[in-house]
Design a protein around this ligand. Structure first.
Ligand SMILES: [Zn+2]
Ligand SMILES: [Zn+2]
Length: 143
């Protein structure tokens, strides 16, 4: 997994025309370097543990700004909670483990957009798998 340095994160924000405030910076740094597809609550808890006095609104606003700038991608994975992923990645799909609830990245064939009917221009692909991850399969097998 690629680790994003603070310098790289600042550069990403600047390129998108966003002022790299400390909160935006740490929100993006958290999502970029923790590929667990965190929910807003989890991101807030991390930021709040780092900087005292940060409000939920600040964190939610930062998330909103980053989504608007298409740096982050919101994921709807069936439940009512929105998870966040780095938008600037090669196309990939997601696998949700019904046992531990974790979300895993799955590869997609590079020419996945060719599956769309002729004449359509694909701008994003969203494919979700559901099932049980290898770790959870092992746990049930050992019971
Ligand atoms: Zn699992
Ligand atoms: Zn992902």
């Amino acid at each position: 997994m690629e680790i994003f340095s603070e310098r790289k994160i600042i550069e990403m924000l600047r390129q998108a025309g966003i002022r790299p405030s400390i909160h935006r910076l740490s929100v993006l740094e958290y999502v970029a370097n923790n590929r667990t597809h965190p929910v807003a609550e989890e991101i807030y808890e991390f930021i709040a543990s780092k900087y005292t006095g940060v409000s939920k609104t600040t964190v939610y606003n930062s998330l909103h700004t980053l989504v608007e700038a298409q740096i982050l991608r919101p994921l709807e994975m069936g439940s009512n909670t929105t998870r966040y992923d780095l938008a600037i990645q090669k196309p990939h799909s997601h696998f949700k483990c019904k046992s531990c609830g974790k979300i895993f990245d799955m590869n997609l064939p590079a020419d996945i957009d060719k599956m769309a009917a002729p004449g359509f221009r694909v701008e994003s692909t969203d494919l979700h798998f559901a099932g049980v991850c290898p770790k959870c399969i092992k746990i049930t097998e050992n019971k």
